[in-house]
Each structure stands twice: as C-alpha cells, then as structure tokens.
Design a protein around this ligand. Structure first.
Ligand SMILES: O=C(O)C(=O)CO
Length: 288
C-alpha cells in the first residue's frame, strides 16, 4: 500500500499486507494500523529513521518494521565528515568569494588536534568515529546508553552529554529523535559549549532548539553549524539560518543523494516486504 496523505492511507489501507513509508511526514499511528485490519504484517521504511511510526502499536499487533540502515550508514557517515570539514574550513564562503572574483578572508579551524564529540553512537556514530580515526584528533568523545567497544578501541571515551558539549570543538548529532532527545541542544547546552564549537546535525532537526541555535550563532556564542536536517524541511528562504555565513545548510541529503543509495534503498525496501511475504528473515529489520 502506498498513499500520499494520511487520509488517503486511511481510505485505502484496509486489507493491505504491507505498507511502504517514505519521508516520515505521515504518522503511522494506532488508528491507521487498526484500520488496516489483521492482514497488515509489515511496514517498510525507505529511510533509516522511523520516528513517524508508533512502534508500540506495531508491537501490540505483531507487525514487523523494516528500514534501510544497511544502505544508508556509510553514505550518511561520509556526508557527515564532509559537512564537518566544509563547515569548519568555510568551503562555501571560499567558493562564493572566488566566484565573485575576491579572495577569501575568513579563517576556519581544522580537525587536527581537535576534540570531536559524537552524540548518539549507533550505526552512524560508530561509522563516523571510524572515518575520523584517520585524522589526528586530540580526543574522541561519545554519548551512548552503553559503552561501544568499536569506538573505545579507537580511543573514544564515553562521557555524559554535558561533558561532551563542554569539551568538544566539533559536536556531531547522530542520534535518533525520540521524546527524550527532542531539543537536547538548547540554550543551556549551548551555554556550556566552547566559543569555537561547531555543531553538525545529521540526525533530525528537532534535536536542536533552532531559535536557541540562531541566538548562539548570532551572538558568536559558538563558531558555526553544519545542518543536513532542519525544522521545517526545507527551511524557508527567509529563515535567519539561511543568511548566516557561519552556517552550511543542506536539504537532508545525507542518506539519499547518491545513485547507489537510491537504488539500494529502493531494493531493500521491497526486499523487506517480500521477505515477510515469503516467511523469510527480513534483510533489514528494526529491533522493536
Ligand atoms: O535515512 C534516514 O532516516 C535519514 O535521515 C538519512 O539522512
């Protein structure tokens, strides 16, 4: 079943075996699941995130959920490192200056001898930590519910969130959006950051209180931000973040703007549905 609005889904879902979700804008709630009836066995997300899905309602009905984390992790991670360097070294500003015949004047900061903090050490956080291990960092901090051996063996140190934001030069948000992580970067945490801190968000826009971020950037409380995700998406052209030269904004492309990713994700989304149909294990099942 594929629908373009919540109402469209409600009107047509009854009797469906599977539901493909994309974009995360339509809520998959208990009412929709009840309306589908007992035939609904599987929900397959074209993306990695599934915050629009009421996972408790799925558990109650024994419906399984698939996503595309296997096709997404490396792509998101490489974009994260790219966005970090582009923001820290003012690539966009330099590019604009050069194209208008000027020489860039602003100075950036490099990764060498810096402390990087990764908030949320799931698949993406771990992959980013591995990629960053090629740089000469002076420290790698991370937050997680439990220690991650894959990051510890790279010299990573598990710390509290406040400790991480206070000690890092670069802060990477790579965590999922759940009620507990909503607005974890707010004015109190921004106040703890170093004045040279640069924030990179590849998780979800609502991990950051955007008004507080605008204030911190305007007042030079922190140095800059690289955002692949914002609230809303896309960000309106007249939003203050769009005019700041210490901010790099991308239109949520981390997991999807490569040809390979688009093809692999489409295939995985379908394979997840067919696996359930054929009583086989899903290639990419979410642990509910
Ligand atoms: O797949 C997802 O959920 C993403 O947001 C990738 O950027």
């Amino acid at each position: 079943m594929v629908g373009s609005t919540y109402q469209d889904l409600l009107d047509n879902i009854a009797g469906s075996f599977g539901l493909i979700i994309s974009g995360g804008k339509i809520p998959v709630d208990e009412h929709l699941i009840e309306t589908a009836g007992p035939s609904l066995r599987v929900i397959s997300s074209t993306s990695m995130g599934y915050e629009c899905v009421d996972t408790n309602a799925l558990k109650k009905r024994g419906i399984v959920l698939g996503n595309t984390v296997h096709a997404t992790t490396d792509r998101v991670s490489e974009l994260t490192v790219g966005l970090l360097i582009a923001t820290a070294r003012h690539f966009l500003d330099a590019n604009q200056q050069m194209k208008s015949g000027k020489l860039p004047t602003s100075l950036g900061t490099g990764l060498t001898n810096s402390v990087v903090g990764i908030i949320g050490c799931g698949n993406i956080g771990i992959a980013v930590a591995k990629m960053l291990s090629g740089f000469k960092l002076s420290g790698l901090l991370y937050t997680s519910r439990k220690p991650k051996p894959e990051v510890e063996c790279l010299g990573g140190q598990l710390v509290s969130l406040n400790d991480l934001v206070g000690r890092s030069d670069f802060i990477i948000l790579a965590t999922v959006l759940v009620p507990e992580t909503m607005y974890i970067i707010n004015k109190d945490r921004l106040a703890l950051m170093k004045p040279n801190a640069v924030i990179i968000n590849v998780g979800r826009g609502k991990l950051i209180n955007q008004d507080d971020l605008v204030d911190a950037l305007r007042n030079k409380r922190i140095r800059g931000a690289g955002l692949d995700v914002t609230t809303p998406e896309p960000l309106p052209l007249d939003h203050p973040l769009m005019t700041m030269d210490n901010v790099v904004i991308l239109p949520h492309i981390a997991g999807r703007n490569t040809i390979e990713a688009a093809m692999e994700k489409a295939q995985l989304t379908i394979d997840n549905i067919f696996a359930v149909f054929n009583n086989q294990p899903m290639p990419c099942q979410v642990n509910l």
